[in-house]
Design a protein around this ligand. Sequence first.
Ligand SMILES: *Cc1c(COP(=O)(O)O)cnc(C)c1O
Length: 391
Amino acid sequence: MIPYGRHHIDESDIAAVSDLLRGGMLTQGPMVEAFEQAICDYTGARFAVAVSSATAGLHLAAVAAGVGPGTSLVTSPITFVASSNAALYANGRPLFADIDPATINLSPQRLEEILALHPETRAVVPVHFGGLPCDMPAIKAVADKAGAHVIEDGAHALGGRYLDGSRIGNNSNADMTVFSFHPVKAIAAGEGGIVTTNDEALYRRLIRLRSHGINKLDDPFELPEQAFTDGAQNPWYHEMQELGYHYRITDIQCALALSQLKKLDSFIARRRQLAIDYDADFAGFENLRPAQPPEGRDLSGHHLYVVRIDFDKIGKTRGAVMLELRERGIGSQVHYIPVPAQPVYRRLQMRPEDYPNAMEYYHQALTIPLFYDLSDEQRQSVVGALRDVVG
Ligand SMILES: *Cc1c(COP(=O)(O)O)cnc(C)c1O
């Protein structure tokens, strides 16, 4: 069975984790900072805060952006539920702006309309869907006008580039960017995430929130009379300054992630080549087309390869197509059910039909296999199976 996505682990990854287990600290040791520094070097961001998952990172970023009771966070309806759940965790209100059907990314125009109706918005969360960069200058301009922070959900996009060619995660048009190290994503840590930022105040807040709200850096103490004796800091003293979380990542995970990061560019290069080859393979198909534009192939992080199939026209349901592919040894998936269609969001009075581009895309979308170890023969068998099943 060929899955839609899979990680790649080699002997150097195994050695990196073994070495850590033989001699290193398991958590709160130097590997976490080494990984954070490596992500700064790679993306060009000033600061990075590694956390237990991208979901945790999105939650912390939402809190740091000021999302809380009486405020809103706007994201894309075509994303993993974690992007908007960040608003719910922070006791804010999640809102959605429809996608641009050409890119499957948040539409800056729809965003502007939603922000005009919701001046209480504190954060905008564009998602680089499939790794394809959003139009960040346009999104940043609209968010600035509304006084909202920009938090990029880069879970699909580590290793990708913006339209100007610089690396996703450098925050040139954002306040914070969040990446994921779940095994289906660009590099694997088992579980893990990171938040990058260029803003020192946000960085300090994220560090504190990651560890229970306890002051970890050299921020001033609120109770100096408790902290100091005769001008010297009491060695036991620490100060919980707000309610934070336990969202730390371990050194074991960071040892793996650091080893994987060395291979990221070769991972992306292979995924890009496969995407370009799929584009060519599907050129002659009548009822199936790539969901995202070929012009984006140079920039994308290539997390997903999604095709749009006109299921009504071929007279088969998507479920039937998925089963027929499965019988031929091909895994497939749907990314994503529009978040406003989920029961929790419907209970919040969301109406999926308010996002017609997202719904139209959803009815046609199918994710097919794309990962580093997918061979050309396997790619051809995916294409052959789709030709049989979809025509
Ligand atoms: C995977 C994913 C997340 C969550 O990542 P975790 O590290 O599993 O928490 C968030 N947003 C998007 C778009 C994702 O694909």
